[in-house]
Every structure is written in structure tokens, then in C-alpha cells.
Design a protein around this ligand. Structure first.
Ligand code: PMT
Length: 335
């Protein structure tokens, strides 16, 4: 074990676990994208979204998964784009994506609101159900504009290993933007994994009674992210809990341990209408703080879905972050 109590330090992790085969190509594209945004003078946000898997075999048949549909990440990415940011959307393959999320096959299937208009036999037209047109027009217009401007770049991960390698490489690339880079780490990342060296090559066979697997702890990646890979970026992590009493203490501990800018706490069952921003309090003139109460400040964001069922809490989360990121950039200009 290393001093942080984890089986693997980040350094040891990357020295022993192989990178995904497409890493170099993926990062070359990210580099080009960032260069383009730098020239255009845009801020860039890295949004991570969806859950990571932990394969149990090298020829993978079985894996552990992490809960997350990718709603938080995909929705937030749209609001960042609307706010003028360029977005690197790093998401679990097949999880929700910006724009197409409005037409999820399970909740709002696209084919259900297309109609065939056979008015001319040689000229069949496909039309959109009138009640869906306004929303489709709005989504499509925003989507086309993002394509025209080239302000979104998409990356995929599946396993926790893919995620860690990509996060490290992308964050190093983003460091050229200094304070203009924002990290919005909404992915649900596995805490445990099976190192390649311990994996069975072939499908684990049943018939030998119960299965015992000992997993190693995934290194806490926020530490090197803040200290080494991207020292100036504005870093926002998420904390998901099912016991509301743990939300604020755990968020404070994360800030104490990693030294980043904001933890957004969300309770599993309330996350669509309530989140809490926890951040270090600005030092007062005496520079002294006594305890956690005065060291951290909490800001709750709540929306009333009964009054406004179409409202998305991500709109307010992103607005708050855009303001804070702006102040963060201004501070560095003054000092
Ligand atoms: O996608 P939805 O269904 O809308 O759900 C959204 C969400 C509830 C998953 C999201 O809002 C959320 O809370 N995501 C973080 C959940 C989580 O896994 O928390 P954590 O305690 O494991 O990690 C804390 C932070 O550190 C996260 O920002 C994570 O990206 C990051 N992390 C965690 C472990 C690790 N080894 N490296 C990391 O970078």
C-alpha cells in the first residue's frame, strides 16, 4: 500500500496497466481541437459522464459496472455550449449524449413521432408530428450550430482503465489553457478494479462453488490531476451519496484531500432537483479559519419540478459554475 492507503499509487497504476490502443490517436485529435479553441479564444470544459466498467476476464464476458445513465453530463454539456464554452465530452460508450439525449430510445423514441406522408406515390415525404416540431427545431438548431462552430469533441471510454488513461492525457493537453480550462467530473468512476496481472485470460468457469475475487483500489486520480497534470484549471468533482448526512462531510474531506475548487454533492434520490456546492471559503483578512464550518462554504441549488417540470437543474449548476470560473480567471489577472 502507498501512503494514501490505496493499493496503487497513480504512478504505479500507469506503470503497470496498459493504455487503451487508441489513446495516441484520440489525444492527437484532442490536441487539434484544443489548438482550434485556443485560437478562437474560447474557454474549454472537459465533461466526464457515465459509469466505468471493471472487466473480470481478459477475454471479457463479465464485468462490474457503475451506476450512471450519463444524464448529468450530457445535459450539462449542452448548457456549457450555450454559455459559449467549447466542450470535450468524455463519456461512457452508448451513454446519453448532448442533443440526442432528448430522443432516448427508451423515454422518447424518435421513430414514434415521424410520420410517412404518401401524398405523391413517387415522392414519399417523412414529416414530424406537429406537437414535436418546436422542440426538434430548437434541439436541431443548437446541434447544427455546434457543428458549424466545431465546439464539441467527443471521446469514449468503457473501462475504468480507459477512463484513467484518457483523463490523464486530456488534462495534460488542457494545461495549455491555464485558467481557461474547466473540469466537470461527473462520471461515476469505479473505486475498485482487477489489475491485468490478476485477471483470468478466459471466461471464469462456474461449477467450482462461489466466486472470490480480491480487487485493488483505484488510485484517487484527483490528487495528481490537481498537483501535477493541470495546475491552473478550475476543477469541479461530484460526490454521490445515498445517506444525505454524509454528503457535506464527504465533500469537505475531498476538498481537504485534493485541494481543488468545488465539490458538487448530490443525493441519489434528490439529484434531479437539489445539489449542494461545497467550496473553500475565501480567506478573510486575518487569514485565520477555525474549523470546517468556517473553512468551507455551502451553496444549495434547488428547483421546483412541480411548478416547472421542464426545468433542468443542470442549467442552474452550469450558470453558477460559469460565474465562479469567470471570477477565478479575474482573480489571477489582479494578482
Ligand atoms: O449520469 P446520471 O444518471 O445523471 O448520474 C449522475 C451522477 C449521480 C453519477 C453524478 O452527478 C455524480 O455524482 N458523479 C460522481 C459519482 C462518483 O462516482 O463519485 P466518487 O465519490 O466515486 O468520485 C468523486 C469524484 O472523483 C468524481 O468526480 C469522479 O469522477 C472522480 N474520481 C473518482 C475516483 C477516481 N479513482 N478518480 C476520479 O477522478
Amino acid at each position: 500500500m502507498d501512503s494514501s492507503g490505496s493499493d496503487f499509487s497513480a504512478e504505479r497504476y500507469f506503470a503497470t496497466q496498459p493504455p487503451p490502443p487508441s489513446l495516441d490517436e484520440d489525444i492527437a485529435r484532442v490536441r487539434t481541437f484544443i489548438r482550434h479553441q485556443l485560437q478562437a479564444g474560447r474557454k474549454v470544459v472537459l465533461v466526464t459522464s457515465g459509469g466505468t466498467t471493471v472487466p473480470l476476464e481478459l477475454n471479457v464476458v463479465r464485468f462490474l459496472d457503475n451506476f450512471s445513465a450519463g444524464t448529468r453530463g450530457a445535459t450539462s454539456a449542452e448548457y456549457f455550449l450555450k454559455a459559449g464554452y467549447a466542450v470535450i465530452f468524455m463519456h461512457r460508450q452508448f451513454s446519453l449524449q448532448p442533443f440526442s439525449r432528448h430522443y432516448s430510445h427508451s423515454t422518447h423514441p424518435f421513430l414514434d413521432f415521424l410520420e410517412i406522408d404518401p401524398s405523391g406515390s413517387n415522392n414519399i415525404q417523412i414529416t414530424v408530428t406537429p406537437s414535436e416540431r418546436d422542440q426538434l427545431l430548437e434541439v436541431l438548431t443548437a446541434y447544427k450550430e455546434v457543428h458549424r462552430l466545431g465546439t464539441m469533441h467527443t471521446l469514449n471510454f468503457v473501462t475504468v482503465n480507459d477512463y484513467l488513461w484518457l483523463l490523464r492525457a486530456v488534462s495534460k493537453e488542457l494545461s495549455v489553457l491555464g485558467r481557461n480550462a474547466l473540469f466537470y467530473l461527473a462520471a461515476a468512476v469505479s473505486d475498485f478494479f482487477l489489475p491485468r496481472q490478476k485477471m483470468s485470460e478466459h471466461k471464469i468457469q462456474s461449477g467450482k462453488g462461489s466466486l472470490h475475487i480480491e480487487m485493488d483500489q483505484v488510485p484517487k486520480i484527483l490528487k495528481p490531476l490537481v498537483d501535477e497534470w493541470t495546475r491552473e484549471g478550475f476543477i469541479v468533482s461530484f460526490k454521490l451519496e445515498t445517506d444525505p448526512a454524509l454528503l457535506i462531510p464527504k465533500a469537505r474531506t475531498a476538498l481537504e484531500t485534493y485541494g481543488h475548487q468545488v465539490v458538487i454533492g448530490n443525493d441519489l434520490h434528490r439529484r434531479k432537483f437539489e445539489v449542494v456546492f461545497v467550496s473553500p471559503r475565501e480567506p478573510c483578512s486575518s487569514g485565520k479559519t477555525n474549523d470546517a464550518e468556517s473553512t468551507f462554504v455551502e451553496t444549495w441549488i434547488r428547483i421546483d419540478l412541480a411548478k416547472d417540470p421542464k426545468k433542468e437543474i443542470e442549467e442552474d449548476i452550469v450558470q453558477e459554475l460559469v460565474n465562479r470560473h469567470h471570477s477565478w480567471i479575474q482573480q489571477s489577472k489582479q494578482s
